[in-house]
Design a binder for this molecule. Structure first.
Ligand SMILES: Cc1cc2nc3c(=O)[nH]c(=O)nc-3n(C[C@H](O)[C@H](O)[C@H](O)COP(=O)(O)O)c2cc1C
Length: 409
């Protein structure tokens, strides 16, 4: 395998990274409920030599006020079912499904991922999350999520038990191609990072710039070594969104054009969803309702206060604040520029130790993925930084990871 290879994942949740992306002329919002669409994007990811396709999970099908995640163009299709269907139309690309340890038993997990693993010939990955959205709890007959440390304690037990069940499947029947799915993690807190260090073979994280990437990857590698695992056996894959153009100016103009598709109502809906706090009844021209936000937010209140206070002091109206918030969704790196600049940036991050690769989050779908595969992938290949064929058949082989690794309890 070539040195300093860039790994690529495709996070294809819904219709793209920007909340307004679904209105883009090269988006296909109706497609997200059709198999034709998923067959097309799965084949595109494989053509682009991506290691894996990743889907998130949203278990809060009905949130506060009867509003649904679909309103944010995040269809709540089940990731395991979707990826298993995508396995049928691909041969190599890995299939990473996000599934919560808080709301699934180890038995359910072992069976669903066991199915995906067998049907795909060893391409299954499990993005282990503990569920952070409080609107989820009522869907499982509870008022609130368990506290975070408890969710992570429970996650450890669930993963260990699921691994025992896969080992039992291996003993009792034909071997699972990878022994068990590749274990992936996306938590950011100290608890989340420790859990990742013990368990994960790949980590999906936000890193807004190269320094943040270097900090995160160094911290995780230190934690991984501290629990006696090999840091080179874990791939760190920060999110990366992009808007491309023939020139840098054109890319910036394309970016503004996408953002301008959103009106105040969409921006406020998106801010509400991100904060877990319904702000849709507030006047976009009025002041930011700081007290309501701090009272109800699901995010750390001190961080939110720090983010909101300067805008509040300047008298920024809620609508403008929400529109600005949409420009930097979820703390991921958003790259604007030419395909050449993008390839240079990706290589620079990789060489600086900021990542092992990237989880591409196209701005709109499927046009954004098509552009990346047609315009950036060949440049990375020409420079010898991206494979031109898959090395084997399983996801673990594609990631260049050891065949199996015991999970530290
Ligand atoms: C990049 C990223 C993607 C995530 N995707 C999901 C998801 O699709 N579904 C979900 O329930 N939680 C998701 N999570 C949240 C996890 O549930 C995690 O448990 C949560 O972030 C709380 O832990 P933390 O404070 O350690 O990050 C994601 C988190 C990150 C950082």
């Amino acid at each position: 395998m070539m040195d300093k290879q860039i790994h690529l994942w495709a996070f294809l949740q819904g219709i793209g990274f920007f909340p307004s992306g679904w209105m883009h002329e090269r988006a296909n919002p109706a497609g997200v409920f059709s198999m034709d669409y998923y067959a097309r994007v799965a084949k595109l990811a494989e053509q682009g030599m991506f290691d894996a396709i990743v889907f998130g999970d949203q278990l809060q099908s009905r949130g506060a006020g009867g509003r649904t995640p679909e309103r944010m163009a995040m269809p709540t299709l089940d990731p395991v079912s979707l990826l298993t269907a995508m396995a049928a139309v691909t041969k190599h690309v890995g299939l990473v499904a996000t599934v919560s340890t808080t709301y699934n038993t180890p038995e359910m997990l072992a069976e669903r991922f066991g199915t995906m693993e067998r049907i795909s010939g060893g391409r299954a990955g499990w993005n282990i999350v503990t569920t952070a959205h409080p609107d989820t709890a009522p869907n499982f007959g509870e008022d609130d999520l368990p506290p975070k440390d408890e969710r992570y304690r429970h996650a450890k037990e669930v993963v260990a038990k699921a691994c025992e069940l896969w080992a039992a499947m291996d003993r009792e029947g034909p071997l699972l191609p990878q022994g068990r799915p590749v274990l992936v993690q996306a938590g950011q807190s100290p608890d989340g990072r420790d859990f990742a260090a013990r368990t994960a073979e790949a980590i999906f994280c936000p890193a807004a710039n190269i320094e943040a990437g270097v900090d995160f990857r160094s911290d995780l590698r230190t934690r991984i070594a501290a629990v006696g695992r090999d840091p080179d056996g874990v791939r760190i894959m920060p999110g990366l969104s992009c808007v491309l153009g023939g020139t840098e100016e054109e890319a910036r103009a394309n970016h503004l054009a996408i953002l301008d598709l959103a009106d105040d109502a969409l921006a406020i809906e998106y801010l509400s969803e991100s904060l877990g706090c319904d702000l849709t009844a507030f006047d976009p021209a009025g002041a930011i309702p700081v007290d309501t936000i701090l009272d109800r937010t699901i995010l750390p209140k001190a961080d939110i206060a720090r983010a909101i206070t300067p805008a509040q002091e300047k008298g920024t109206p809620l609508g403008d604040f929400a529109a600005n918030f949409m420009r930097h969704p979820r703390g991921h790196n958003v790259f604007l520029g030419t395909p050449e600049q993008m390839a240079d940036m990706m290589i620079a991050w990789r060489d600086a130790g900021a990542c092992d690769g990237f989880t591409l989050q196209p701005s709109y779908m499927p046009g954004g993925l098509e552009d990346f595969v047609e315009q950036v992938v060949p440049l990375l290949q020409q420079r010898g930084r991206l494979r031109t064929e898959y090395p084997g058949s399983t996801l673990r082989e594609t990631l260049g990871l050891p065949a199996r690794e015991a999970v530290a309890a």
